[in-house]
Design a protein around this ligand. Structure first.
Ligand code: UN1
Length: 513
């Protein structure tokens, strides 16, 4: 049996001989308990990593704060040049890193490559941005005065990321933060620590080649206890956290208690509205990729299909046929569409969701189940399932991080569908399938979708890095990646300069001495 080039990739990324949890890059401060990283692909142990203790954390923060002193003084376009080099390194390591992502996290190799491509793209974006960290110039109400604003580096940015995008989410934050002049301390998911080490190694190489302190990028490892060291630490100027709503609520409160700044990108409960004017073929492809891609473990995964009654049966039949063609198995084998879930806990939550929907009165139309036998030894492979349900079911209101799709029927016009779509606590991604202009525009209008991402004739997942990524309500309100998301990584300063010999006061206030 082939190992799909895994050994070679691990070696290339410097994560081959990680035992008893040694390296977190050359910037290695982790001396705590050992966490083991098992691959959901074949159940094998990939490596052991030590977690960060309180003392280790202090050292990391000293390294980071001292690196900030150097880094913030470098002109932004020069910082952009470093990020350009980092992007080049990622191009060299794309196959290896894509493979590690696939092996440690379980998404398909194609999607692993796609994730590294998102890293490369955000680097390109950040390089351009490094010459465009613009502020505005305003007209002062006072004669002989000039008023403008500028953006300064913020400080240490803490990044807490989830297992499902174990490398890309870090890069969206870090590439922007770096050109903005910040240094980063990253806590990758304890479920994918080797991806973190691989990225740190790549970044360290670039900093070293440029005689810059590696503390510009720091890695810490562990679970929520390490996360708590970050959230409670006033030296963390910003914490960007991606993960569950449950985690986000805890993190947000801890940061708010010290009036810190947070950027949250949390759960979704994403829906596609399928109107009578939808292109059915396109709908099926978009819905199936959205629901089963990454085994339903994207925060943008399609969870709900809101289908008009007039085409309901047609869409349902199309989905059943498509699901029959899905090949589930080793994600490194490019013949397979669906890989494993991240671990057995995830499998249990998937099973519970299927039980719950039936309990609530739903009807399973594509049977789920856990796969066993040859190729499925890890116990993490499950069959993507579809259930017919009602919008108000508790389980439908809830984000289950697995390939479970709920079909909901609507009657009436597009506004009834929008009401169902908005009738959940989450507000990340949404889509409508229609070739009718009125329906499409209504969906995007003020009466339309309440999500951070709203698409027409595209599924809910697979957003490009150029747009701002994130959503409203329980999704946390933060925006990462493109557009002007960079502003949260900087501090804004308003400057007013008086170039006359008089001192007129604003608002025309008289104050004569
Ligand atoms: C996530 O699942 O945390 O839009 C991010 C997408 C990807 C990012 C998902 N570009 O599906």
């Amino acid at each position: 049996a082939t190992d799909f080039g895994i050994e070679k990739a691990l070696k290339e990324l410097g994560v081959k001989d990680i035992n008893e949890g040694s390296s977190t890059g050359s910037n290695n401060f982790s001396n705590g308990e050992v966490i083991e990283s098992y691959s959901p692909v074949d159940g094998k142990l990939i490596g052991k990593v030590k977690t960060t203790t309180k003392e280790d954390y202090e050292k990391v923060m000293q390294t980071a704060t001292s690196a900030f002193k150097t880094w913030k003084m470098m002109p932004a376009p020069q910082r952009g040049e470093i990020v350009r080099q980092f992007g080049e390194k990622l191009r060299e390591k794309k196959e290896a890193l894509g493979k590690l992502v696939s092996y440690e996290m379980g998404k398909s190799y194609q999607e692993g490559l796609g994730e590294v491509q998102e890293m490369i793209d955000i680097c390109d974006f950040a390089v351009g941005l490094s010459r465009q960290l613009h502020g505005l110039t305003m007209h002062s109400e006072r004669p002989g005065h000039r008023m403008y604003e500028q953006y300064h580096p913020l400080g240490v940015v803490g990044i807490i990321s989830a297992f499902n995008f174990p490398v890309a989410v870090w890069s969206w934050n870090t590439a922007l933060a770096w050109v903005c002049g910040d240094v980063c301390v990253w806590k990758p998911s304890e479920k994918a620590p080797l991806c973190g080490i691989a990225c740190q190694n790549i970044a360290a190489e670039v900093f070293k080649a440029n005689n810059l302190p590696e503390g510009i990028s720091c890695l810490i490892t562990g679970d929520y206890r390490v996360g708590e060291m970050m959230t409670k630490d006033a030296r963390m100027s910003l914490i960007s956290a991606t993960g569950s709503t449950r985690m986000g609520k805890i993190v947000a409160q801890e940061i708010a208690a010290r009036l810190g700044r947070s950027l949250l990108e949390l759960g979704g409960n994403n829906a596609i509205i399928v109107t009578p004017n939808a292109d059915i073929k396109m709908t099926i492809i978009g819905a199936v990729f959205g629901a089963v891609g990454t085994a339903g473990q994207r925060c943008t995964s399609t969870r709900r299909l809101i289908i008009h009654e007039s085409i309901y049966d047609k869409v349902k039949e199309g989905l059943i046929t498509a699901y029959k063609q899905l090949r589930i198995g080793n994600p490194l084998d490019e013949n397979n569409h669906v890989g494993p879930l991240i671990d057995k806990d995830a499998v249990r939550m998937y099973q519970e969701a299927l039980e719950k929907v039936v309990e609530e009165g739903g009807k399973i139309i594509v049977e789920g189940g856990v796969l066993s036998g040859e190729g499925y030894e890890s116990g993490c492979y499950v069959k993507p399932a579809i259930a017919e349900a009602q919008p108000e079911y508790e389980i439908v209101q809830h984000e289950t991080f697995a390939p479970v799709l709920y079909l909901l029927k609507y009657s009436g016009d597009v506004h009834s569908a929008i009401e169902i779509q908005n009738g959940v606590m989450q507000g990340l991604s949404s889509a409508i399938m229609t070739s009718n202009l009125r329906e499409a525009e209504a969906f995007l209008s003020v009466q339309g979708s309440d999500c951070g991402i709203s698409n027409v004739n595209i599924g809910t997942s697979g957003a490009e890095i150029g747009g701002a990524f994130g959503g409203e309500k329980d999704t946390g309100g933060g925006r990462q990646s493109g557009s002007d998301a960079w502003k949260v990584y900087m501090r804004r300063q308003t400057n007013t300069i008086n170039y006359t010999a008089d001192l007129p006061l604003a608002q025309g206030i008289k104050f004569d001495l």
